[in-house]
Design a binder for this molecule. Sequence first.
Ligand SMILES: *[C@@H]1O[C@H](CO)[C@@H](O)[C@H](O)[C@H]1NC(C)=O
Ligand SMILES: *[C@@H]1O[C@H](CO)[C@@H](O)[C@H](O)[C@H]1NC(C)=O
Ligand SMILES: *[C@@H]1O[C@H](CO)[C@@H](O)[C@H](O)[C@H]1NC(C)=O
Ligand SMILES: *[C@@H]1O[C@H](CO)[C@@H](O)[C@H](O)[C@H]1NC(C)=O
Ligand SMILES: *[C@@H]1O[C@H](CO)[C@@H](O)[C@H](O)[C@H]1NC(C)=O
Ligand SMILES: *[C@@H]1O[C@H](CO)[C@@H](O)[C@H](O)[C@H]1NC(C)=O
Ligand SMILES: *[C@@H]1O[C@H](CO)[C@@H](O)[C@H](O)[C@H]1NC(C)=O
Length: 365
Amino acid sequence: MRRLLLLFGLQVLASASQHRQVFEIPSGIQNKTSIAQFTSTSTPLDAPKVHPINASAFDWWYFDVVSSDPSSLASVIVTFFTSSQAAFPAGAFASSATVTIEGDNSSGAWHGTGFKWTRIDAPSVGVKGSIVMRSTAPAHLPCGAVVEGETLQVGPHIGWANGVPDAASIVNLEINGTAFTFEGSGYHDKNWSDQPFTTHVASWYWGHGRLGPFSLVWYDILDVNGIEHVSAYLAKDNHIVTASCASQSISVRLNNASLYPPTMSTPNPTGYRISLDLGDGTRMEVDVNVLGDLSEPNPAYAGFVGNMSARTVGPPGATGGGDGTRAENTVTPPRWELVLTRHDSAVLEALDGVALFDQFKLIDK
Ligand SMILES: *[C@@H]1O[C@H](CO)[C@@H](O)[C@H](O)[C@H]1NC(C)=O
Ligand SMILES: *[C@@H]1O[C@H](CO)[C@@H](O)[C@H](O)[C@H]1NC(C)=O
Ligand SMILES: *[C@@H]1O[C@H](CO)[C@@H](O)[C@H](O)[C@H]1NC(C)=O
Ligand SMILES: *[C@@H]1O[C@H](CO)[C@@H](O)[C@H](O)[C@H]1NC(C)=O
Ligand SMILES: *[C@@H]1O[C@H](CO)[C@@H](O)[C@H](O)[C@H]1NC(C)=O
Ligand SMILES: *[C@@H]1O[C@H](CO)[C@@H](O)[C@H](O)[C@H]1NC(C)=O
Ligand SMILES: *[C@@H]1O[C@H](CO)[C@@H](O)[C@H](O)[C@H]1NC(C)=O
């Protein structure tokens, strides 16, 4: 298990042309008002979203891969971020950064650290090699597919764009001379804000993983006013099955649901229970089991790798969960067909897979 973090302060200057956009990000915190983009436009998902970066703001590009083999526990996380040093006092420091967007492709280089998001060669932290991701699930925004004019807020003042919800990935790294190689489920998103993270968030559960042929991404955030904000995503065969921020679309709780809302003193979980709305009264119930801890002991934050299993639970009156009965005797919305054809229901009964997930609990009790 490895966690690599990069950090530096910066101002964002953008120079854009029709087909290729290059963002040069020099180092240096600005004592100015940060403007954060919270509505989708034709601007690419991976373009910087906060201009300039003041002492409250952050702009993250996040990448991870979790091994397809749950017994290996292998995972890698690479985070590129631009924020004040005070906010995140750790990492390899860059002198400046370049983010390049071409169509759906993006690349980034944090100059002076040796890290790029197409290639890694960072002798100062003893890491070199590559992480190759081939996207296998459509990008999405907090409330659905990528279209213009939609909200980018997954919670208050928290921008989020999930460019790569799942990817067939190959990790080929050498860490201080030791090979670290595995294949797995890759993921890339970015998040950003013009305000400190802790101003709005009381707790959050986030994660992603692969369940048989399905790619799953979850968010369940409780804000400081006690309002829950969620985002649910399930894809199969490079199509979105469901992507929603409706309040009933997903619920994420510890496997001991009485421990909600979590506070700083709530012990780290052994697992979670996720309930995902598939439409027409059918839900996918997912058990997430913690196998490995990715983080240093910290009452506010923890990240994990684990395994998952899932089953579908039919609406009242249907015979049992996921047996396909419901799909025959109702008007079937398109997204439903992707999940509960007879063929798929057989798969659903035996679904299992791997996940990488984290939680914040910021209520000081
Ligand atoms: C930031 O700007 C404000 C208003 O111009 C000023 O009062 C404050 O001293 C500045 N802070 C720093 C750290 O420069
Ligand atoms: C940064 O900009 C945001 C958005 O305008 C503002 O709310 C915040 O107070 C600013 N932070 C600082 C330290 O100036
Ligand atoms: C994106 O990358 C792929 C794979 O390298 C390449 O085939 C494609 O032409 C690139 N697209 C653009 C718009 O550069
Ligand atoms: C590589 O070794 C150096 C020196 O022991 C250490 O500081 C660094 O954290 C190691 N890198 C990783 C990624 O473990
Ligand atoms: C951004 O999102 C990643 C996961 O998507 C999470 O690990 C990280 O803590 C988030 N950062 C902030 C500042 O919200
Ligand atoms: C759930 O948490 C509560 C509160 O800490 C505790 O009393 C209860 O025993 C726990 N239940 C299980 C099944 O662990
Ligand atoms: C995780 O794997 C273990 C060991 O194979 C298994 O006993 C457990 O049921 C799995 N848990 C989930 C939620 O899939």
